[in-house]
Design a protein around this ligand. Structure first.
Ligand code: ADP
Length: 445
């Protein structure tokens, strides 16, 4: 049983979780930094606790403040959202030790899948295809050279503890590998506190396709279709859609089976995402995210399942509500990430929102915690809204996306809306003909 949920997060995802709790008849506790006093998640929660100064390290990443907030307010569950402490196994463990339900997977599953080099190994042992590369972290530059020579250039160096599109280096030849190796290790150490890097084959024009998975505590694991997240800038997602215009039902089934196989191998419970790269009809495991994803609404729209409510129900020990038997995606959905940033340089653009008009009408959903006169603080992620559009097929979805992006007005700060307007008018995008390299070519114009 869960009766009161503390949300250890901010912004649109904190609000999204509060809405799910309200529908389930649960009480909510918002935590916030001193910079977030006027945030909507604080206003909508039943209780709120200030957990520290603006800097994330002292607030949203401050485990003891968050646990104290749960204890003071009598919260019996914590939802970590995404980012911040969502994939921190120690946090999940401490929450459990305090007799509070962690709404997410077990600390063990987070640990096993959180280290990307280890996760590759786990996937390989579970019979899931991976890209050729090193066995675990590289021990020396000599080993890096040997592995690269065996699999052939280009290769990509990745931080084992990496995330958020950071800590990756593409190497076209041995000279580049030689100079990138130490830099990559230093960067990884600085950004993630662990210097370990591993290496894998770099694909030239893959699609990023991920499978939404869900496990319950009764041993059932389901795959809820895919999301195509190939439209990225700096290895970070900008647009996601489901179904993917690139895969057949046969590939979908194979990818889903592989994802389930991997979840079974780690006894996975709650929501998770298995990310794959797909090229020339083959797919390869890339990493697993052991949390709810930013782009989860896309799956909600084509499956009709409220993933956040499902997370809470499953954490309380309920069985998955997904019906048994053949599973089909209905219609088509796309998500556009609206970031407060310069659409050309991608530099964050915090500040006061002077005008804020949301699109509406059939098939349009906006997940946001922003409002007119809201001041976007400079301390956090630049995501201010997610425009999610649904239609009976991809063409209808695109038409709705076009008019919703026209209707969406944000003034006072620069946003990615103008960029999205251009992308939805692009012929290759309209035809579904793109890889993760789309934005590179698109920006070169
Ligand atoms: P993060 O955990 O930082 O999000 P990922 O491992 O998920 O990093 O990779 C992010 C993106 O980087 C992918 O979606 C893809 O565009 C690119 N990428 C990662 N590995 C490869 C690879 N081996 N070949 C080509 N592109 C890759």
């Amino acid at each position: 049983m869960i009766s009161k949920v503390l949300i250890a997060n901010r912004g649109e995802i904190a609000l999204r979780i509060i809405l799910a709790c309200k529908e389930l008849g649960l009480k909510t506790v918002a935590v916030h930094s001193m910079a977030d006093r006027d945030a909507l998640h604080v206003r909508y929660a039943d209780d709120d606790v200030c957990i520290g100064p603006a800097a994330s390290k002292q607030s949203y990443l401050n485990m003891s403040s968050i646990i104290s907030a749960a204890e003071i307010t009598g919260a019996d569950a914590i939802h970590p959202g995404y980012g911040f402490l969502a994939e921190n196994a120690t946090f999940a463990e401490i929450v459990g030790e305090c007799q509070i339900t962690f709404i997410g997977p077990s600390p063990d599953a987070i640990r096993r899948m959180g280290d990307k080099a280890k996760a590759r190994e786990t996937a390989k042992n579970a019979g899931v295809p991976i890209l050729p590369g090193s066995d675990g972290p590289l021990r020396s530059i000599d080993e890096a050279r040997e592995v690269a020579a065996a699999i052939g250039f280009p290769v990509i160096l990745k931080a084992s503890a990496g995330g958020g599109g950071r800590g990756m280096r593409i190497c076209a030849d041995e000279t580049e590998l030689q100079s990138a190796y130490e830099t990559a290790r230093n960067e990884a150490e600085r950004a993630f506190g662990v210097a370990d890097v591993y290496l894998e084959k770099y694909l030239e024009r893959p699609r990023h396709i991920e499978i939404q998975v869900f496990g319950d505590t009764h041993g059932r694991i389901v795959a809820l279709g895919e999301r195509d997240c190939s439209i990225q800038r700096r290895h970070q997602k900008l647009i996601e859609e489901s179904p993917s215009p690139a895969i057949t039902e046969e590939i979908r089934k194979k990818m889903s089976a592989a994802a389930i196989q991997l979840c079974e191998a780690v006894g996975y419970v709650n929501a998770g995402t298995i990310e794959f790269l797909f090229q020339d009809g083959e797919f390869y495991f890339m990493e697993m995210n052991t949390r709810i994803q930013v782009e989860h609404p896309v799956t909600e729209e084509v499956t009709g399942i409220d993933l956040v409510k499902e997370q809470i129900r499953v954490a309380a020990g309920d069985r998955l509500s997904v019906p048994h038997g053949d599973f089909r995606l209905r219609g088509h959905a796309m998500e556009f990430r609206i970031n407060a940033e310069d659409p050309v340089t991608f530099a964050p653009h915090p500040g006061k929102i002077k005008e804020f008009h949301l699109p509406g009408g059939p098939g349009v959903r906006v997940d946001t915690a922003a409002y007119r006169d809201y001041v976007i603080p400079p301390h956090y992620d630049s995501l201010i809204a997610k425009l999610v559009v649904k239609g009976k097929d991809r063409m209808e979805t695109l038409a709705r996306a076009r008019r919703a992006l026209e209707q969406f007005i944000v003034e006072g700060v620069k946003t990615s809306i103008p960029l999205h307007r251009q992308i939805v008018a692009n012929e290759k995008f309209i035809n579904g003909d793109f890889s993760t390299k789309f934005m590179e070519t698109f920006l070169r114009g």
